[in-house]
Design a protein around this ligand. Structure first.
Ligand SMILES: Nc1nc2c(c(=O)[nH]1)N[C@H]1C(S)=C(S)[C@@H](COP(=O)(O)O)O[C@H]1N2
Ligand SMILES: [Mo]
Length: 532
């Protein structure tokens, strides 16, 4: 038989456990009520939901220094956002357990801790571009609910008859088993309520804040001069080599949006203003009535490392941007278009690049489909030859003509360059690095891009051997990448294959290795293979 525990010791460990649990429950209620508040505010007409957990995560993304964002993009890829949200939830859990335990003895201090945490949520919420009631209401509601639940459950549990609290005021009296049962039922009910309420609100929100139906209803107009289908020769016909046009579902995605902005095309308006003679607004219907153009364009991210995947090629349909700027009448001295997205992203693009004859556009379709929501539906900007962070604003709602001296877009504040033309790059995609293959002829293939300058040549080097010319697939336009292949007579052993290209101006890709910050990586891509 076990010796009976010392009553005080048992009470102490139990009370701490109860405290931690109450803390967790209070936070769960706060999170759930935040979701509910977000759902209610969207129902009442807020432009976007602003649940505090997402707001804190989003705020953290904005505050994260550029190098750390790079680490996140590199290590988590497209999972960096779920990793971030998981981090927010873990932080909430740890702080709430602390608050719950603290509340056993210092209820006022614990209340202060919970309130301070709620305040962080509110401040984060206020940094989001959701204006009015929907901006602050969910976070405020969540903070108040957390404090109320923490306090009332703590006080209730400390009635002597429930958990005979240690150190609590008035912890004397008779314990009645019925009281404890009622309390445990209340805990269970609170937990179940938070879970059902939270998940229910999220589901409600996901069904109401969802532009999929509106997107499906868009009838795309034809381009005024549709582009012909491309000849098969733009692809080297190497199995395993990605298609010339990247399917929308495979197209890389880079943005800071924790939840994909849902922009209803019926409410969408694009404002063109700032240093212009005639500011105006365009609705989505207006945009679709304009003469639309098709353009094949390769889009690349400045965060793409040597040989990295953040590059895709698509056929876009949209309104050319230059005529719209001319209609507005850009004033002398305005050298920057500062575009703003629905989710508050700002991107600065040189006016000169848009007006120099290249096909900058406000795109509404991608590879024959209405622009996917993750790629900026209903409208995004694109400028051939510039990295996405200085040109490719998704969910764009505002174009302000300004100067580089006065204003800067979001990424520039993070340490990226104000001006960023796409650098010449080439990549070996087939075979994959580390492959083991049989001696004989092996087809090596990949892509090369020097957006807006075009690709004039690709060369491959085996180990320290001479550079040999690869076979180029047909070129589409200088604004698109070019695929290439090389029939390599492979001999047994370990080999390193390296690729480089020459752009349309005759300039050879630089071998100098440079990191992505501040204006794009350079250096040659290599792979290692074993030939048996
Ligand atoms: N609203 C918004 N637009 C944005 C971004 C963003 O974070 N938010 N990221 C830019 C960057 S860095 C790139 S590389 C491209 C990527 O476009 P994609 O996701 O369609 O490939 O979008 C650009 N437009
Ligand atoms: Mo990017």
């Amino acid at each position: 038989m076990e010796a009976p525990k010392e009553p005080q010791a048992e009470a102490r460990s139990t009370t701490w456990l109860v405290g931690g649990f109450i803390g967790l429950l209070a936070a769960a209620v706060g999170v759930a009520v935040g979701e509910l508040g977000a759902a209610v505010s969207v129902e009442l007409g807020a432009s976007a939901p602003n649940a505090p957990v997402v707001a804190v995560g989003q705020w953290a993304i904005d505050l994260t220094p550029a190098w750390l964002k790079e680490v996140a993009i590199r290590n988590f890829g497209s999972h960096d956002k779920s990793a971030l949200l998981t981090g927010v939830y873990i932080t909430i859990a740890v702080v709430s357990v602390l608050a719950g335990v603290l509340a056993r003895r210092y209820l006022a201090a614990a209340t202060g801790l919970a309130a301070a945490f709620g305040l962080v949520g509110l401040i984060a919420a206020l940094t989001r571009p959701v204006v009015g009631f929907g901006g602050w209401f969910p976070a405020l509601l969540a903070g108040v609910a957390t404090v109320v639940v923490l306090r009332s459950l703590t006080v209730w549990s400390q009635r002597a008859s429930v958990f005979g609290a240690v150190g609590a005021v008035g912890a004397v009296g008779q314990r009645e088993p019925g009281d404890r049962r009622r309390f445990l039922l209340a805990l269970f009910g609170t937990g179940a309520g938070a879970l059902v309420g939270g998940l229910g609100s999220r589901a409600w929100l996901d069904s109401r804040y969802n532009v999929a139906p509106a997107r499906a209803a868009v009838v795309l107009p034809e381009a005024s001069e549709p582009l012909p289908a491309l000849p098969a020769s733009v692809h080297p016909n190497v199995p395993d080599l990605e298609p010339f046009f990247t399917p929308n579902a495979q197209f890389y995605r880079v943005d800071t949006a924790l939840t994909v902005p849902q922009v209803d095309p019926r409410n969408w308006m694009l404002r063109i203003h700032g240093l212009v003679d005639r500011p105006f607004e365009v609705s989505f219907a207006d945009l679709l009535r304009m003469p639309l153009e098709e353009h094949d364009l390769t889009l690349t991210c400045v965060s793409n490392t040597i040989g990295g995947p953040y590059c895709g090629n698509a056929r876009w349909l949209g309104a050319p941007l230059a005529p719209l700027l001319r209609q507005a009448g850009v004033r002398a001295g305005a050298d920057q278009i500062l575009s703003t997205s629905f989710d508050g992203m700002t991107i600065g693009t040189p006016v000169e690049a848009v007006l120099d004859g290249r096909q900058a556009m406000l795109a509404v379709a991608m590879n024959g489909q209405t622009l996917p929501v993750e790629h900026g539906f209903p409208c995004r900007m694109l400028v051939p030859g510039l990295y996405g962070y200085v040109s490719a604003t998704k969910w764009v709602v505002d174009l302000e003509l300004t100067t580089f001296a006065k204003d800067a877009g979001f990424w520039v504040g993070e340490g990226w360059s104000q001006q960023a033309p796409v650098k010449t790059a080439s990549r070996i995609d087939v075979p994959g690095t580390g492959a083991s293959l049989k001696a004989g002829t092996i087809v090596v293939a990949g892509v090369a891009w020097a957006t807006h300058r075009g690709v004039a040549g690709v060369e491959v080097q085996v180990d320290k051997g001479p550079w040999v010319t690869a076979e180029l697939a047909a070129s589409d336009t200088p604004d698109t990448w070019r695929q290439w292949s090389y029939a390599w007579p492979a001999t047994t052993g370990q080999h390193t294959l390296t690729v480089r290209c020459t752009d349309g101006t005759g300039t050879l890709q630089t071998p100098v290795v440079q990191d992505t910050l501040p204006d794009g990586a350079t250096g040659y891509h290599s792979i290692q293979v074993t030939i048996g």
